[in-house]
Design a protein around this ligand. Structure first.
Ligand code: ZN
Length: 372
């Protein structure tokens, strides 16, 4: 069945404000709530449909993607809810924000778990540049991070509005009857604590910025753009809250000799005409140091020498990629008189006429081999 447009599901226009979207969803959630429509599959489907629409339209980032790409934005592994849709637990957990904490947990009419929320500090993001060698071997990086920490001398006291519970409860009359609802205390933000004393250089939450050196263990095999999380090294939270995380974004520096393709590496090796004819050995760069490789006499330009296990270790810990050395025979552009005479004398020599054998695979066959 084709999915209905999320705006249509909630009955709002595309230009609706966040408040209008929230209000429209509340209305739908109450209308189709399972408590009000027992054993009604149609109502349940509508209830889930509205929850899914709200999940997207209430999130600025998801909404922007939906506005641009429609439902396709969340298909095929997009960070939406592929296939199965939202389950009832997801939907009820959403209700904490819509109706207040009283609707949390598993029920609509119950007085859910709620309780004091642990306030979490915000996450910090840093970029870390790594060489290919560091990526291949894994590395521990020390980085300076400016993070908010609780200023020394700051003290907290129990919030007098909610008496430390982090919630305020109230009785409301709804179309479902009288209900006790709880919502986060807006004085302490749900933390149950407020500032007692703080030094003059602290902000309104009793925090100040401090520079700290954080050590980050980066495993071998990371990829450009990958994000690693260092728990609790983001901004601290006030009071008894928990620190946010430090998000480390990996940036891979361009290597001047090696090119990465997944876990494999490529190296362009240039050999002179005489070396190609006579054979030689060459020193090449790898991510674990230089190695000397043998170039057979009569090597053809375009030949690929595979050095097994000299690539990048898989990030999952299974095996390593290879280093593929591409042989390029360097043809001189100019010749002196003596050289010219030599090559001209060889032009008609049968021995120099190309006679490709089956082992001298064409470029396309080599590419095919590499991916098989
Ligand atoms: Zn409070």
């Amino acid at each position: 069945m084709a999915k209905r447009d999320y705006y249509e599901v909630l009955g709002v226009s595309k230009g609706a404000t966040a408040a209008e979207i929230k209000k429209a969803y509340r209305k739908k959630a109450i209308e189709f709530h399972p408590d009000k429509n027992p054993d009604d599959k149609n109502a349940e489907a509508k209830f889930k449909e509205a929850a899914e629409a709200y999940e997207v339209l209430s999130d600025a980032d998801k909404k922007a993607r939906y506005d641009q790409f429609g439902h396709q934005a969340f298909e095929n592994g997009g960070s939406g809810f592929g296939g199965g849709g939202m389950n009832m637990d997801d939907i009820f957990s959403q209700f904490g924000d819509i109706f207040g904490g009283g609707f949390g947990g598993g029920g609509f009419s119950g007085f859910g778990g709620g309780g004091q929320r642990r306030v979490k500090g915000s996450n910090l993001r840093i970029r870390v540049k790594l060489t290919l060698e560091e990526i291949a071997n894994g590395v521990e990086k020390k980085v300076k991070v400016k993070r908010k920490v609780q200023a020394p001398g700051t003290t907290y006291k129990t919030c007098s509005t909610c008496n430390g519970s982090g919630q305020v409860t109230r009785i409301t009359n709804t179309i479902l009857g009288r209900m006790q609802t709880a919502s986060p205390c807006n004085v302490c933000g749900g933390a149950g604590q407020t500032i007692d004393k703080k030094p003059s250089d602290a902000d309104s939450q009793g925090l100040k910025v401090a520079e700290e050196t954080v050590s980050i263990k980066i495993p071998a095999g990371v990829v450009d753009g990958m994000q690693l999380k260092v728990s609790s090294k983001g901004n601290e939270a006030p009071g008894n809250g928990v620190s946010g995380d430090l998000i480390v974004v990996i940036e891979e520096e361009v290597h001047d000799k090696l090119q990465r393709e997944g876990d494999n590496l490529h190296y362009d090796l240039y050999v002179s005409y005489p070396d190609a004819v006579l054979g030689t050995s060459k020193e090449i760069d790898t991510v674990t140091g230089k190695v000397r490789i043998k170039v057979e006499a009569g090597v053809q330009s375009g030949k690929i020498l595979r050095l097994r296990g000299k690539g990048i270790p898989s990030i999952n810990g299974y095996g390593k990629g290879d280093l593929l050395v591409h042989v390029n025979v360097w043809t001189p552009k100019t010749l002196n008189k003596q050289q010219r005479e030599f090559f001209e004398s060889m032009r008609e020599d049968e021995h120099f006429a190309p006679k490709p054998e089956s082992s001298d695979k064409s470029f396309f066959e080599k590419v095919k081999d590499m991916f098989s």
